[in-house]
Write a protein of this length. Structure first.
Length: 170
C-alpha cells in the first residue's frame, strides 16, 4: 500500500510539493528566515552534496516499506545554516555543523512524516546520520521513487540546500 501511495505522489508531482512544503515548514520557523523552493534537483546517490544528513522512515504497520529523507548541500550552504541556528559560523565540517544539519533533517523528516500520514501512510522515524565528503551513497541504490527539492535560504549569498525523500522500490 505505501509503495503505491509514493508512486502515485511521485507521478502526480505531489511528492515534490510534499517535500518542498516540509522543507519550508521546517526551515522558516526554526531558522527565523524565509526560504524558497526553486524546483526539483537530482537524487543524491551517485553525486552526493559535500554534507548530507539522512533520516530513515519505515512503515509502522510492518509492511517492510522503507524510505529516507535528507538535507544536504555545499559546505557554504551548511555553514550558513549552522550559523543561523547556532549563532556561530563553523570554519570546517565539524561536530557543530553536523549537529545543526542533523537537527534540521530530523525536523524535515518529521514534517514529511506528517504530510505522508495525511496521504494514508503511518511511518516511524530513525535517527539522523550525517555523511560528509562521500563520493557516492550506497543507501540510495534501491531508493528510486523519490524527489529532491532545491531550497534557497534568504541569507547572504543565497545558499541552496537539497531536501528530499525517496522510497525503496515496491
Amino acid at each position: 500500500m505505501s509503495h503505491a501511495i509514493v508512486e502515485e505522489l511521485a507521478a502526480s508531482g505531489r511528492l515534490l510539493d510534499f517535500v518542498g512544503q516540509a522543507a519550508l515548514e521546517s526551515i522558516c520557523p526554526l531558522c527565523g528566515i524565509d526560504a524558497t523552493v526553486l524546483g526539483q534537483g537530482s537524487l543524491p546517490w551517485s553525486d552526493p552534496p559535500v554534507g548530507i544528513a539522512l533520516v530513515s522512515l519505515t512503515d509502522t504497520s510492518g509492511s517492510g516499506f522503507q524510505a529516507v529523507a535528507w538535507v544536504g548541500g555545499s559546505f557554504e550552504a551548511l555553514a550558513s545554516l549552522a550559523e543561523v541556528l547556532l549563532g556561530e559560523r563553523p570554519a570546517e565540517d565539524d561536530e557543530m555543523l553536523q549537529d545543526a544539519v542533523r537537527e534540521l533533517a530530523n525536523i524535515v523528516a518529521g514534517r514529511m512524516q506528517e504530510r505522508l500520514r495525511g496521504a494514508g501512510m503511518a511511518l516511524g522515524l530513525g535517527l539522523p546520520v550525517y555523511v560528509g565528503a562521500a563520493r557516492s551513497l550506497n543507501v540510495g541504490a534501491s531508493l528510486v521513487n523519490g524527489v529532491s527539492a532545491r531550497v534557497q535560504l534568504d541569507l547572504p549569498h543565497r545558499p541552496v540546500l537539497a531536501v528530499g525523500f525517496a522510497a525503496k522500490e515496491g
